[in-house]
Design a protein around this ligand. Structure first.
Ligand SMILES: C[S@@+](CC[C@H](N)C(=O)[O-])C[C@H]1O[C@@H](n2cnc3c(N)ncnc32)[C@H](O)[C@@H]1O
Length: 357
């Protein structure tokens, strides 16, 4: 089949699934596109300030609310009816701005219907919505390097060309900016035949990347050191869906990837350390960079060169003290491996010390 016809029909099928077949979260056949993560207490007022119709049509699979968003320019890829746009708009405040992109008219219609309602409630208007494809971001009126943070919630798996999405994100981020996104990953490559099943694809399963292919694509797009923040295994309870996917296991995972040209391909040890000074909203006792970096306030925390750069060359820098530099190299940072990254429930992230990079 002609490739562009295949892409068009895939998009049409996904658009139809989200625009017409699903009317709300409860219509989903699996828990893949449904967030089982608990919203932390400090974010609860943010989500309770969102319009009920927007909340009822939420199809995300994770929490995409990284720290320190005040005054930031944020882009949400595949924003749907705008739950995350309206949450992040409150965190970005009157000096920040959140742009949502989606290809499905019905989803954007709901998002736009409630735009004024949210502006009145928040006391400022700082959102906009664009219709477009996330694998063709260059076709939208968005300037290269014009975003501090790009998020996405359960959408990259639905895109026909994942690598194009990642390349577009890298181009739109400013240096030091980050892509913070939740998506579904498979423990192996999903057979082509399953990708043609509209329900399996629409439910965010059969378009999912094998996790190690995702890491390869991310690195190729310029994100040298993707960091896993949380993950949870998906429970496939629908018998028909379960019988089709057989032994393939799926995880929902949130990654963060910084646009830092200086990052190395591995975690190298330069004898550096950081001290978290506190002051980040919701993180008074410890700063959670990723699943392996829970950095306690006031305590000297050894880091590899990449982690040092993720903290010193980004918006997190004012909240850290940095010890050491890159003048002397001590080899690979102990504990960094390439084993399967997913180990289970999101809660496992809390309590694991910084023994890795
Ligand atoms: C699983 S829903 C997630 C929606 C939203 N992020 C949320 O959390 O509720 C997927 C959304 O991505 C959109 N989408 C899927 N593929 C897309 C693409 N290639 N370009 C733009 N939007 C896309 C769909 O229209 C749908 O609104």
């Amino acid at each position: 089949m002609n490739e562009s016809i295949a892409v068009d029909s895939l998009r049409q099928s996904v658009s139809d699934y989200y625009g017409r077949q699903l009317q709300g979260t409860e219509d989903l056949k699996t828990s893949a596109c449904c967030d089982a993560e608990n919203v932390p207490d400090w974010l609860k007022p943010v989500f309770s300030a969102i319009h009920p119709e927007v909340l009822a049509r939420y199809y995300g699979c994770g929490l995409v609310a990284p720290a320190l968003l005040d005054g930031r320019r944020i882009l949400d890829l595949g924003c749907g009816t705008g739950r995350d746009v309206y949450a992040l708009a409150q965190l970005a405040g009157s000096e920040g701005h959140v742009t949502g992109v989606d290809m499905t008219d019905e989803q954007l219609d709901v998002a736009r219907t409630h735009q004024d309602w949210h502006s009145e409630r928040f006391g400022f208007a700082n959102t906009s919505f664009l219709k477009g494809y996330i694998e063709e971001l260059e076709a939208l009126p968005l300037d290269p390097g014009s975003f501090d943070v790009i998020v996405s919630n359960c959408v990259v798996n639905l895109a026909a060309d994942k690598e194009a999405v990642l390349r577009g994100v890298f181009r739109l981020l400013e240096p030091g900016g980050e892509f913070y996104f939740s998506d579904v990953y498979a423990d192996r490559r999903v057979p082509e035949a399953l990708r043609e099943d509209a329900v399996l694809y629409g439910e965010c399963l059969s378009g999912a990347l094998y996790w190690n292919d995702f890491l390869t694509l991310a690195k190729r797009a310029g994100f040298a050191d993707p960091r896993l923040v949380t993950d949870r295994p998906l429970d496939i309870t629908n018998a028909e869906v379960a019988s089709k996917i057989g032994n393939i296991r799926f995880h929902s995972a949130t990654y963060r990837m910084f646009k830092l040209e200086s990052l190395e391909s591995a975690c190298e040890d330069y004898g550096q350390a950081v001290v978290y000074q506190g002051g980040v909203a919701g993180q008074p006792e410890r700063f959670l960079l990723d699943k392996h970096h829970e950095i306690e306030t006031g305590k000297v925390f050894p880091v590899c060169g990449n982690t040092s750069r993720m903290l010193s060359e980004t918006r997190f820098s004012p909240h850290f003290q940095f010890l050491g530099d890159f003048s002397r190299h001590y080899g690979i940072f102990a504990g960094c491996g390439t084993e399967v990254p997913f180990t289970g429930q999101a809660e496992d992230a809390i309590g694991q010390g910084g023994s890795c990079c």
